[in-house]
Design a protein around this ligand. Structure first.
Ligand code: FAD
Length: 273
């Protein structure tokens, strides 16, 4: 152990919880390692929204939050389209936090958090199978690898947490029956407060997380609100062969699939059934 460290922390899982915990622990002087079962971090879902408090915390953790996302408006509606609440933030907060409530693509946030972590903090391909509480330390058992010892074990291993199971046994998962509709809004003018171009997201050919968007971006799109759909999104509920951007037309009470963006001549957008 690094003699200057305050102690060893082993974190299981390199999702947002694991990365945020590591960033905080490192800043507090702990020798910190994340054990991630996959060979890379894999963002679940695509769109994410952040309020000013998490933006502030990310900044305090050393994450670059400049131009992290686009300013977003937020309102809650009932199933029949009735507006239940509209969120209004003071202009001063909007100006300080790049629009206040921001929308972003999940891989973008993951990359910023990864950039803030010291090299080697995450050990990829390390799956925790179980652990042993040895009183003054914890022994972490890894699949096909040597055991690792730490002073503290943090379970950031998601909804089916093996750490939770090791502590309290099998726990039933409570389903919230919450449905979320998300999309991109393409605009022709920068935001008057921040000067940003809300809704436009950088999509890079060399970014593995962007490949579904690249596939979907083929063909011209009109201004509007779009949702990314396809094989790797939300269990492919519309059974598509390829990724597409579907235009959202919200009609209160209507529960039909959104209008399909016209397919390109190469057959882009063909349905399986
Ligand atoms: C399909 C889908 C879409 C979603 N869309 C959105 C969205 O658009 N916006 C939003 O805000 N939220 C969304 N969510 C919810 C969001 O993903 C979670 O709330 C968030 O990821 C939880 O973060 P976490 O770090 O606690 O866990 P996770 O993100 O689940 O990270 C857990 C990590 O632990 C690793 N791990 C698990 N077990 C082990 C083990 N035994 N050993 C080593 N590593 C292990 C996993 O590989 C993973 O990297 C979505 C979730 C899903 C499934």
């Amino acid at each position: 152990m690094d003699p200057s460290a305050r102690g060893r922390i082993a974190i299981v899982g390199a999702g947002p919880a694991g990365m945020a915990t590591a960033l905080a622990a490192i800043r507090c002087g702990f020798q910190t390692t994340i054990f991630e079962r996959h060979p890379e971090v894999r963002p679940a879902g695509n769109i994410l929204n952040l309020w000013p408090p998490p933006q502030k915390v990310l900044g305090l953790l050393g994450v670059d939050i400049v131009d992290l996302g686009a300013p977003a408006d937020s309102e809650f509606r009932s199933h029949d389209g009735r507006v239940r609440a509209r969120i209004r933030l003071p202009e001063a907060v909007k100006a300080e936090y790049g629009g206040g409530f921001i929308g972003l693509l999940r891989p973008g946030l993951y990359q910023r958090m990864l950039d803030a972590l010291p090299e080697g903090t995450i050990r990829y391909g390390h799956e925790m199978t179980s652990f042993t509480d040895a009183g003054d330390r914890v022994v972490v058992h890894l699949r096909d690898r040597e055991d690792v010892e730490a002073d503290v074990l943090v379970g950031a291993d998601g909804i089916n947490s093996a750490v939770r199971r090791g502590l309290w046994g099998e726990q039933p998962i409570r389903h919230q029956k919450l449905h979320l509709v998300a999309g991109y809004l393409f605009r022709e003018a920068p935001d008057p407060v921040t000067g940003h171009w809300p809704g436009w997201v950088p999509v890079r050919a060399d970014e593995p997380g962007d490949r579904h968007h690249l596939e979907a971006f083929q063909g011209g799109l009109d201004d509007g609100t779009y949702e990314l759909v396809g094989p790797k999104v939300q269990r492919n509920r519309y059974q598509l062969e390829r990724h597409e951007l579907w235009r959202r037309r919200f009609r209160p009470g209507a529960h039909r699939p959104p209008r399909h963006v016209p397919p390109s001549p190469e057959g882009f957008g063909r349905r399986v059934s």
